[in-house]
Design a protein around this ligand. Sequence first.
Ligand SMILES: [Ca+2]
Ligand SMILES: [Ca+2]
Ligand SMILES: [Ca+2]
Length: 585
Amino acid sequence: MSLVRNIVAGMVIFMFASGLQMQGREIQVTNKTELGNAINSAAPGDTIILKDQVWVGMVMELKFKGTSDQPIVLRSQTPGGASLESGSRLEIGGDYIVVEGLKFVRGYSTSSAILFNSGGRNANYCRVTNCLIDNWSPDNVSTKFHWVQVMGSYNRIDHCRFSNMNHPGVTVLVKAGADQPGHHQIDHNFFGPKPEGEGNGYESIKMGGGDYSMYPLYTLVEKNLFYHCDGEVELISNKSWNNTYRYNTFYDCQGTLTLRWGRECLVEGNYFIGAGRDNTGGIRITDQDHVVVNNYLENITGTDARAAISVMSGIPDTEGGNSGHGQTKNARILHNTIVNCRESMNIGYFDEDDLGDPRGDITAPENCTIANNIIYSSSAPLIKEAWAPSINTTWLTNIGYGASLGILLDSGFIETDPGLELSAGGIMKIAAGSPAIDMGTILADTVRTDFDMQLRADGKPDIGADEFSDGPGENLPVMAEDVGPEWYTSPALGLESHKGLSRQEGSLVIYPNPAKEKFFIAVDHMSMNKTVYVEVFDAFGKKVIDKKFTDLADNPEIECHDLKGIFIVRVRTGGMAFHSRLILY
Ligand SMILES: [Ca+2]
Ligand SMILES: [Ca+2]
Ligand SMILES: [Ca+2]
């Protein structure tokens, strides 16, 4: 026996020595002691596997280094199987560490659930993927802590879900400063719902901070889905330099993407889609040298700081801070499409608190360029100059239509119907023959692509977020299935109506759409004898039709003679709600 054992042991040693060790070890752990031993002995290439079970009070301090070829992995036995509960938390203080498939549920820890630092050592080149943090909320909902804190450099958070945070604190806080090189990436995550908090400090993402807002962070926030992020006016608070926010979808959020402090940030190709609630927000700009390009904003119902695009007045000659707003300078607001928003553009809104700021008077936005945008709304004025006239603004070939402009301009606006039509993804795009085609100004910092990543190749830019083409767009709104975790099945969110014009089987069907004078509904997967409520909301959240049916088997007809425009239809039955967009003409 002992001979056999020695031979087997020898074979194992040989296998490790002969190059197979490049695979690393797989170390299954079932309790804290085994996990501690695995962490202490972990070598590049190893995978530590947390057994699928409930783990309570697990403080996991990952202090080791993998390599770019051989990261050290900590993962759940099956994705989402290891359940980290009350008092558990994860610290990542090392290089090339991957954490995969964990969930933090049914409990909380008043330190961050995930901290990219352990024992004073920051994380670099680490990744948290396919993880869930849900309702990680304290018994006392006034207790403040941040769920995730990102520190160090080149870390990535992707395909995760952060939902139901109901206490003060940032969901994902990215630290800036002299010891924080940044270059992080936050992509394909789901954020929300996050209910409204009591005042400030309920951001979904905060990038930097007041004391560190003159530092660059070079961080990319891409292709995330933000859903009902209502914590406060800033669902993203940017307080550092050189960050990029692109190709995200903000669905029915009462917070805004706020460039609060910091400079030279890019907001590109995002969808902001309101779905019928009051006070939904768009993009808010303060401080200097930001570019806001190719964004699509629809049915945003907020005003002032929550206007579809709000360009703030502020305190001149400031360099960051924890209070007050920096004067907006040199913003470039280019090629955005703003459809059916209550306040399409607010130039110069200010925060009353700034008036009492000891650092000085506030000043309207200065040296901004607003070019090649489409603004289409029946809500006047299309442009609201809220405080004092903006200073030295360059207006170039914007299309405004549907309501009065609100400001006096000799040029810079074309008053014509931009010829939008409902397209794939439920998005309003310019149709063939649109006057927006080829009519944009060629800008010095040429915008090379449009919002669906199509090259603006003809040298004659189309006005708005879209460069017209017959082909399908590539950048449709982000859907629940586009973001993580892969093992998690998201409940219906209402975004399904943005998948396209052909509704999937098993969802709400409205026909015809667009419709004139009447439409029909069918909800083909429900039992047909339940009571069903059908409500129609206009772009500003006002209910214009309210019907009740006890039987949908006959696909009842709903009359809508006097209604024109884009509407949201909500169908409720048995505690479930479905939303769909409806165009009436
Ligand atoms: Ca805030
Ligand atoms: Ca063109
Ligand atoms: Ca296009």
